[in-house]
Design a binder for this molecule. Sequence first.
Ligand SMILES: Cc1ncc(COP(=O)(O)O)c(C=O)c1O
Length: 391
Amino acid sequence: MNLRQLDEKYLSRSSDPENIEVIKTKGSFIYDAKGKKYIDFTMGWCVGNVGWNNDEIRRKLKSFNGPEYVTPHHLYKSWVELARQLAQITPGKLQKSFRATGGTEAVELALQAAISHTRRHKFISIEGAYHGDSIAARSVGSPDFGRWHPLFPCYRLSPPLDEACADSAEKWLKNRDIAAVIMEPVICNLGVLIPEQKFMERIQELCKKYGTLFIVDEVATGFGRTGKMFASEHFNLEPDILCVAKAITAGFAPLGATITTEEVAKSMMSHETGYYSTYGWHPRSVDAALATIQFLLKHQERLESNTLDMGAYFSERLNQMNFKGKVEINVMGLAIGVHLKNKNYGEDIVEKARRRELLLSESDSGFTMFPALDIDFKTAKAGLDIIEDCI
Ligand SMILES: Cc1ncc(COP(=O)(O)O)c(C=O)c1O
């Protein structure tokens, strides 16, 4: 049996894998077993923000000589160091970290913390959103994910995300039974949907007024993706809870974190809800997160400026292309969404691009791109030329 047949026999998947057997990654490229070299405009969907197999981070991780495991009940210096740094770099009054293994668990903890803190169990999210694959995360995600078994009531705000949309949430918030509003600050899962500043201001104001917490899910947008360390910064958000994962370790190891204010964290302790995670913040993952954050801070200026320049270049080129039918292009830093006349057209472009050794990500209404923040002009141009040929 070949690898594909063995994969089909032993791995459970929700869709067929792409026929790319990865043997090596470097920078903006993925190499496969057939000798193909793909330009990666997806970077594992916001994981490889600092380029695959980043030399500086890899070198640092090689010298790791800490314990192979620390039980969650013990003390560990690097946990405190990572939590301290997260408190420092995240917006507002976020201070305490919950240790998770990835994005879904980080969202799960955020929802639990909101229930525990408010003693309420209803939520508000954005129509069509995605926040992970556990039943609770699905319950605040698109009804496509949650309708089959929602754990709690969740009301949905329908885009456009403008002031009127935020106002419309008051009819639910005023009952004072909503634990939290949860959303991505720039919604990568909806083709990089960018809320209006007024929406953000109003929804935060209403949350405060009615004792509802504001959860921002920065699992995809965190660590430079939108041109700032966190997308919340574009809107001066002061969330009560912020979730991170994906790019926090540059792909070297799994890790997630739920960072909350002191008050929210306190309520989790006093209600003894329990949030033990055996592998949450494994020492090697924490080492990878510390090395990645160090890299991001050291090169922050260069990365932010490249993200803005390259984002502008992607925007300019895409806007000049002759896509069939009506097209809408959303760009925030290097989070890029192309909305096309229909899903099939998007799938067709993604498939053709893959045959030309360029990786894009299908979305409900077209395709999305999340290139490395340090992508160079030559690689960006080569990928965009392929898209132009495929449309
Ligand atoms: C916004 C958002 N939240 C949560 C998740 C879940 O993260 P993970 O796949 O690490 O569980 C994802 C995954 O794509 C995501 O995009």
